[in-house]
Design a protein around this ligand. Sequence first.
Ligand code: WT7
Length: 658
Amino acid sequence: MSEALANLLNETRQFPPPAELAANANVTAVAYEEAAGDRLAFWERQAGRLAWAQPWEQVLDWSNAPFAKWFTGGRLNVAYNCLDRHVEAGLGDKVAIHWEGEPGDTRTVTYADLHRLTCQAANALTELGVTAGDRVAIYLPMIPEAAVAMLACARIGATHSVVFGGFSADALTNRIQDASAKVVITADGGFRRGKPSALKPTVDEAVANCPSVEHVLVVRRTGEEVAWSAKDHWWHETVETASPEHEAQAFDAEHPLFILYTSGTTARPKGILHTTGGYLTQASYTTHAVFDLKPETDVYWCTADIGWVTGHSYIVYGPLSNGATQVMYEGTPDTPHKGRFWEVVDKYKVTILYTAPTLIRTMMKWGEDIPAGYDLSSLRLLGSVGEPINPEAWIWYRQHVGRGELPVVDTWWQTETGAIMISPLPGVTEAKPGSAMGPLPGIVADVVDDQGQSVPNGGGGYLVLTEPWPSMLRTIWGDDDRFLETYWSRFGAGANLGDEWVYFAGDGAKKDDDGHIWLLGRVDDVMLVSGHNISTTEVESALVSHPSVAEAAVVGATDPTTGQAIVAFAIPRGSAETSGEQGEQLIAELRNHVAKALGPIAKPRQIMLVPELPKTRSGKIMRRLLRDVAENRSLGDVTTLQDSSVMDLISSGMSGGK
Ligand code: WT7
């Protein structure tokens, strides 16, 4: 790709798995060999980890590629796999969810409880006229009912569409309309940042414009007053009074399980469709393999929201299909105090923690004294997901959360892939901080150049997936053409570059000298400076490797001489002085620091020291807004911002210049 790439990432640290973990790992190096030998037979064995009502005839039907069918002819029920079979195995009293509300209220939900509630909800939905194939929108806070609602839909074959509780009425309206949802499941509200945050008024506003919606089920969580209409039903009056008897019926392996809209900050959201057998196979297997989950002894905690795919696959379907005990937390990491996460780890003796780089960097900013104040000795494995994790954050996570001993699995995947694709195996891989390392057994990935040719080690380009995988998206809901165009037309059969279908992930990536994969962020986030491709992530990584920088975001701004110029926004760490001459000095030092790390071509034209960065609610930096600032434009749409005051802070509190 570029010279800059060749200079990039001199990261050479490497951490082998702890001996004990390696000796007892669920999955060993043999899995790679088996999958390389016969990939479909490998996935067939993983499907065999589930309970099927009727076995499949064919593992993969790729005859209508890229529209895949996995485990054709097979029939199963997802909720049965997540609940009934554990209860039938005598594990009804086992805790499924240790739920912690933000205000500190708690609930302990066993597998028997979850099974009963799900059966009741399935009966209640059926009573409301929901049948297999209908769509149900779910707009809930992080309460056990969110999992129950999803499982109840799965149980009766209704396709759920979970909409993140932080989204606006417009976003909710679009998603309900796109899927023609018949029922909405919501709550009066949830707790966020120490106070009740209402949800029902947003649903009321949306439903007024959604004629497809016949009923709204409302969980009482905050107890706040809500407006009431003829379509509304209280959950506690409908679900909790319904019969707890419900026999799960098996559905076809390709029956639509859920639609989830990608969080896209630019274009119209895409309704990503996932189906039943292949999705559950891979969500379940990857939970077992990547987190080395031992359901008898582990306490697992994924800090994502159920509104994102991470919550679907690694709070609901992956952990529950494995019979895990997990923590579910309603609120924010700094309410009522900045040690809240560590307090939860300590309280429930969490052994496996799965969180996002944005959170880790926030924790870094708050300082290592905070985790040091809690007993984190129960932890044995750490995971990261959502964006590239820069080596400094990886090391901090291992050091200050993982006692300098624990494996960190950096897991790459997408809403579209349904489950983890590229990641270390904790008992096998010698992980490098900042690298997702390589594809899991049964997954085939590559990095290709503009022409779709595989790049040699040391080269960079685009991440592609060259073989179908069980939990792959089946289409974009209602828009097969967009599915073909977005994912399958860039390389391979779709563009007549070859006979093979090649999935374009939209991420830039490089292979290091050992062939390990480093994700560089979305390709729309790659800058073209004087003809060189430079990834925003790599410059950000270089910036945060400086001791005075807590977090950084980099954008390419139009520049008359270089095409695009690198403009960086950096949040200084704790005590660094940011104003006046000292600020100027720090900026000069940082520019040189980047030039030294990545080569002179990557030296930012401009660095601004800022107190905060604009992020979407899923923690992705909104570079579009920063580009507006960098190019002196008025700000575009800020409605998907997590905290709308951030841009005011940045515009007013900005210091530094060229
Ligand atoms: C995009 C997908 C996967 C669930 C949460 C996000 C980025 C995700 C990593 C990682 C580098 C990552 C990619 C990807 N991403 N994980 N470990 N390293 N980048 O799901 O909202 O569909 O976003 O998140 O850019 O394409 P999503």
